[in-house]
Design a binder for this molecule. Structure first.
Ligand code: ZN
Length: 259
């Protein structure tokens, strides 16, 4: 007799049986119930997000207006982020600046979340492609988004600079060669410093194994140094807050004397 998975329909999307079994497997692994909610396209920063602060269930928000395969990939993408959480990958936080306005603090926070997700996404997209789903749809759309950015002058706003540098680094690391060349050319004339910074970020991130929690910690720390943002971002890892690369270095040395 054919059994139907509990996840054969999510947010009115029919899910393939292969993907629904994977969803079932992950949710068992998470040892936590998960519910799915639509994300409204109007105020969405990305395609989805996983929220583990919603009790008693964890919640995955996803855009619903996506092609079927991309929708499945998006749901799995967010579930793999929850796997990272269970496996204790690092997360980042933004220091609330007492003298900044709430809008500024919110901007710091958003730039910070772009930041962590670029690094954590490398591992998530690899998990997805190992499973057999591509992230192409999302790479293409971030390419289009980058190319539609109107750049009239040099970006001097710190949050915008950091977030854009990280976004471009993500493109260098994951998009196809032609798209990478186009994006670099698009930004280069008005923002040579930004392009240089994005390339250095990508080079540094590439050298570290970002598939492990310790590797991601190291990766984040190296890039915080490069962008000089320890004054407004910190890293949460294994019940501690890391506020400098020295601290990270000491921690990693204690755990891996070969570092
Ligand atoms: Zn992600």
């Amino acid at each position: 007799m054919k059994t139907t998975s509990n996840y054969s329909i999510i947010l009115d999307h029919q899910i393939s049986s292969k993907t629904s079994s994977e969803i079932e497997r992950i949710i068992k692994y998470l040892n936590h119930s998960v519910i799915f909610q639509p994300l409204s396209a109007n105020n969405a920063i990305g395609f989805g997000r996983a929220d583990y602060t919603t009790s008693p269930h964890w919640t995955i928000y996803s855009l619903v207006d996506l092609p079927p395969r991309a929708f499945e990939a998006n749901i799995l993408h967010e579930l793999y982020h929850l796997c990272q959480l269970v496996e204790k990958f690092p997360t980042t936080s933004t220091r609330i600046k007492p003298n900044a306005t709430s809008i500024e603090n919110n901007e710091f926070g958003q730039a910070g979340s772009v930041y962590a997700s670029v690094i954590l996404d490398l591992d998530v997209c690899d998990r997805l492609s190992k499973f057999g789903l591509s992230s192409e749809y999302f790479f293409d759309s971030r390419y289009k988004q980058a190319m539609s950015c109107q750049i009239k002058s040099e970006i001097t706003d710190r949050c915008y600079f950091v977030a854009t540098a990280m976004r471009i680094a993500g493109i260098i690391l994951q998009n196809n060669k032609i798209q990478v060349q186009n994006v670099l050319a698009h930004f280069k004339s008005k923002n040579p410093r930004l392009v240089h910074c994005a390339k250095s970020l990508a080079n540094k991130i590439k050298k570290v194994d970002y598939h492990t929690p310790d590797g991601c910690l190291q990766s984040l720390s190296i890039t915080y140094d490069l962008l000089d943002i320890w004054d407004w971002q910190f890293i949460n890892y294994k019940d501690s807050s890391f506020t400098s690369s020295e601290q990270v270095h000491t921690f990693l040395l204690q755990n891996h004397p070969d570092f």
